[in-house]
Design a protein around this ligand. Sequence first.
Ligand code: PEP
Ligand code: MN
Length: 270
Amino acid sequence: MTLTTLTPSATRPFDLAPGLTIGGESIIMMAGPCAVESYEQTRAVAAALQPYGVRILRGGAFKPRTSPEAFHGLGLEGLKILRSVADEFGMLVITEALGVEQLPLVMEYADIIQIGSRNMQHYPLLWAVGETDKPVLLKRGFMSTIKEWLLATEHIVKYGNQRIMLCERGIRTFETATRNTLDTNAIALVKQTSPFPVIGDPSHSTGRADLVLPASRAALAAGADGLIVEVHPNPAQALSDGDQSLPLDTLPGYFESVRKVAGAMERTIK
Ligand code: PEP
Ligand code: MN
């Protein structure tokens, strides 16, 4: 089966910023809260991540939530918080754009544009990010096949942007004990058949903080070039995804273990 018309290794590795290469020898860690809730919350997370060399701060300012009553993010204020905290700690910002109309605003504040799982086949948004010069993290739709995911990258590439990272964030299966099922097959397969770096998301794929470390190890062992992980100073009070957010006191053990697996894969952690 031909999954993509693109040639493997045509674009991998590439630079997210000067000196920060994705898809090369280094594993790239992206971490931060699910949603930006306040300046203090975001700053506390970034300060806790900095000692581990995390260079990319994640956080949602525009949140796609299943319930219309749920917290949908701080919007522009959230973008401003992300930018100022990331600048203080010398980090890049990755955050989600939910729609085409939001993209110019998100681009003003973010270094990397995240396309969420629910938007993987939002074609006008794919075309719009295809016209930008920012790297794009394309999350796999939780009901999407690998072929559909790779075809979505071709929509972006067609408009000129080849700096795409594929993010496996878990798919829906019959299983209910975990939020989603991390598809490690997919990580290994798109690493072989697509030209793009691959990022594992152990937070959304498990939905449980106690499974984030084992899922991180599995993603790296399958060949992921980086991880995107949710972290919160007080997960019990989180406005979104608290159950899957790592508390700050688990970070030393988490990074130590992830570093060992990276080493076993003959890679270093940036
Ligand atoms: C997120 O990263 O917080 C998020 C909403 O992820 P997904 O699109 O994978 O559900
Ligand atoms: Mn989340």
